[in-house]
Design a binder for this molecule. Structure first.
Ligand code: NAD
Length: 261
């Protein structure tokens, strides 16, 4: 994407939901470019140790992104142990698939808290340091579902549309401070999150596993291919570059043409 060799040496990055999938790929890419990294996310000790190693010996904080008190503790630890947060990637997210009249209220609350409100809590605590430094990057993993809807995903679609709006609002607030705020909006990326929703989609729509993959997931994407975690990570890395300093408030689709239709 950029011809210039890119370095993030001296930058400090915090990536939420980075023990797996897209977040881990972003953590690896930022660490590979020289950033000091803290990852957040769940997992057993072996999974967390492996993720830390893959992300260049990253620090780890296990805050639950549905809990503002734990997010505050994580932000304080990141600022103390990394020395600040120059790059904030709000990536933690969960999915639940059910018709709205059967959607468990607790699942609605959890999805709104993890996929949307957590980004508010991390951002409000990261922005003062970024403004003081005159440089910052906030990258929110939204989704094609921040732009269009699918049935049975009411909470997820509401949260991701909210995240896209939040991104634009904060981008305007910090625009003169050298801080950019953007969303990356992937279509279907082959990660544990996508694999886990296949059984529920089979039940909700009465389809086989193969039918869900071909007729629901890949049907949405004109390229008929899944996005890869590494493609999302390279886009995040590009957004950290100087070449991307005028990209702010954007919602960057990486969805094989899904939202062009
Ligand atoms: P994943 O399940 O592989 O990873 C999710 C990460 O979030 C894990 O590290 C997990 O431990 C963490 N997490 C979950 N709940 C958490 C909580 N309460 N507190 C802290 N961490 C928590 O999923 P993924 O596919 O890599 O998804 C990452 C992001 O990308 C999500 O926001 C998701 O909505 C978004 N996204 C995914 C796809 C896709 O097709 N996979 C498409 C568009 C957007």
């Amino acid at each position: 994407m950029t011809a210039d060799p890119m370095t993030l040496a001296g930058k400090r990055a915090l990536i939420t939901g980075a023990t797996s999938g897209i977040g881990l790929a972003i953590a690896k890419a930022l660490a590979g470019a020289g950033a000091r990294v803290m990852i957040n996310g769940f997992g057993d000790a072996d999974q967390i140790a492996a993720a830390r190693a893959e992300a260049g010996g990253a620090l780890h904080h296990g805050a639950d992104m549905s809990r503002p008190d734990e997010i505050e503790a994580m932000m304080a630890t990141a600022i103390a142990e990394l020395g600040g947060v120059d790059i904030l990637v709000n990536n933690a997210g969960i999915q639940f698939v059910a018709p709205v009249e059967e959607f468990p209220a607790a699942k609605w609350d959890a999805i709104l808290a993890i996929n949307l409100s957590s980004a508010f809590h991390t951002t409000r605590l990261a922005v003062p340091g970024m403004k003081a430094a005159g440089w910052g990057r906030i990258i929110n993993t939204a989704s094609a579902h921040s732009l269009v809807a699918s049935p049975f995903k009411s909470a997820y679609v509401a949260a991701k549309h909210g995240l896209a709006g939040f991104t634009k609002s904060v981008a305007l607030e910090v625009a003169t401070h050298g801080v950019t705020v953007n969303c990356i909006s992937p279509g279907y990326v082959w990660t544990p999150l996508v694999e886990r929703q296949i059984p529920d989609t089979m039940a909700a729509r009465g389809l086989s596993r193969e039918q869900v993959i071909e007729d629901v997931l890949l049907k949405a994407q004109p390229t008929r291919q899944f996005v890869t975690v590494s493609q999302v990570a390279q886009t995040a890395l590009f957004l950290c570059s100087d070449a991307a300093s005028q990209i702010t408030g954007a919602n960057i689709s990486m969805d094989g043409g899904w939202t062009a239709a």
